[in-house]
Write a protein that binds this ligand. Structure first.
Ligand SMILES: NC(=O)c1ccc[n+]([C@@H]2O[C@H](COP(=O)([O-])OP(=O)(O)OC[C@H]3O[C@@H](n4cnc5c(N)ncnc54)[C@H](OP(=O)(O)O)[C@@H]3O)[C@@H](O)[C@H]2O)c1
Length: 350
């Protein structure tokens, strides 16, 4: 006879890391575990990765992605874990059930709702931004989720790139900064669409980036970088996955004249006339209803498939043992650029 799975035990309180005031060190507190609203789920988190955005918000009160709307603030928007409770309306919709292994993107930054912050043991998330991950390891799911979604949202939703298998190799794509998390995901998505992909990176990343799909990789330290890239063009799509002033200036020199648009993970200043860097919080696009079709495709189809197929490689990572207790130092290290890999933390270890 089939066994009914036992309802998980949800503790009345759980450990959360919060920033008490702008740029202050994290405090760890036991806080009441919330009940999810009708269209929400409660997730026991088993992994999150510290993103540059989180580290900048924590250590420099960075105003991107809407900034920190109130203190104390529990940061982090991307977690992987197990669903332990499902709101009433979400249950009726039947998309997610208790016991599912999922990855989730919360609206913590968009709404300033710290029940949704990822830097805690139990996290509330709207049911529409949760993907089932099958047997995929939690760390793999959480490592891929944020940068891949940023890369795909920027190129598909803002530049007009197509779905996997719909592109042509005669259309070329330039990814500036292929060695980073967003850049390496962008290379792999553009390749899966069917395009020819040219990336810039440091020499140490060349072999790896060719192995994941780049057709050519150009050292961004080259004094002739613009001409080096131009010899591989022209480019139908350009993503600046670094966004520093030098990269904007080089891309502007590449496309002006006559000019054009490219997407960038960080904003640009002082661009020439007719050159436009499209910048927004691409990683938060899924929270906006104007991207509903993209959201439904991402969570209902694409990301689950990507994880099951295992064809897109996540960024390099390092696990920090010790759960939320080691988060303060880890966030600082990410902010100061002391660690090149993505840092993963399992809050159940706290
Ligand atoms: N707008 C959004 O929605 C959004 C979403 C996600 C991330 N971001 C932002 O995007 C940036 C990258 O994020 P990430 O997670 O990919 O970071 P990451 O994994 O740390 O990657 C940064 C990469 O940039 C490379 N790099 C540095 N200077 C470069 C240059 N001048 N030219 C080419 N490459 C250069 C680095 O390679 P080397 O070691 O070789 O220098 C490194 O691999 C961060 O600032 C982040 O805040 C924005």
């Amino acid at each position: 006879m089939a066994q009914t799975p036992e309802a998980p035990v949800i503790p009345s309180t759980h450990l959360a890391a919060s920033v008490p005031s702008a740029t202050a060190a994290l405090e760890l507190n036991e806080i009441p575990t919330p009940t999810p609203g009708p269209n929400e789920v409660l997730i026991e988190s088993h992994a999150f990765a510290i993103q540059p955005l989180d580290a900048k918000m924590h250590n420099a009160a960075y105003a991107g992605a809407g900034g920190i709307k109130s203190y104390p603030a529990t940061l982090g928007t991307n977690v992987a874990g197990i669903v332990v409770k499902v709101g009433e309306a979400a249950q009726e919709a039947g998309k997610v059930k208790v016991g599912d292994r999922v990855v989730a993107d919360t609206a913590a930054y968009t709404l300033g709702d710290w029940r949704m912050g990822g830097w805690q043991q139990f996290v509330v998330c709207g049911v529409e931004t949760v993907s089932e991950i099958g047997d995929a390891p939690f760390d793999r799911a959480v490592l891929l989720g944020f940068p891949l979604q940023t890369a795909v949202a920027s190129m598909k939703e803002y530049l007009g790139m197509g779905l996997p298998g719909t592109g042509s190799p005669t259309d070329k794509v330039l990814i500036w900064g292929g060695g980073g998390a967003v850049g390496s995901c962008a290379i792999q998505y553009a390749k899966s669409v069917g395009h020819t992909v040219i990336a810039t990176a440091s020499p140490r990343d060349v072999t790896h980036l060719i192995s994941i799909g780049a057709n050519a990789v150009i050292d961004y330290h080259s004094p002739t970088i613009v001409e080096d890239i131009r010899s591989h063009g022209p480019f139908k799509f350009i993503l600046n996955a670094v966004g520093n002033p030098e990269s904007h200036m080089a891309i502007a020199a590449l496309i002006y004249p006559p000019g054009g648009s490219y997407a960038s993970v960080l904003p640009a200043q002082n661009l020439p006339e007719n050159v436009k860097a499209i910048y927004t919080s691409f990683s938060m696009s899924v929270q906006k209803d104007e991207h509903k079709e993209f959201r439904d495709w991402w969570y209902g189809e694409y990301f689950t498939k990507v994880l099951a197929e295992g064809k897109i490689e996540p960024p390099r990572s390092v696990k920090r043992e010790g759960g939320l207790k080691v988060l303060q130092q880890a966030s600082r290290d990410v902010f100061e650029g002391k660690v090149k890999e993505k840092v993963v933390i399992d809050p159940t270890e706290s």
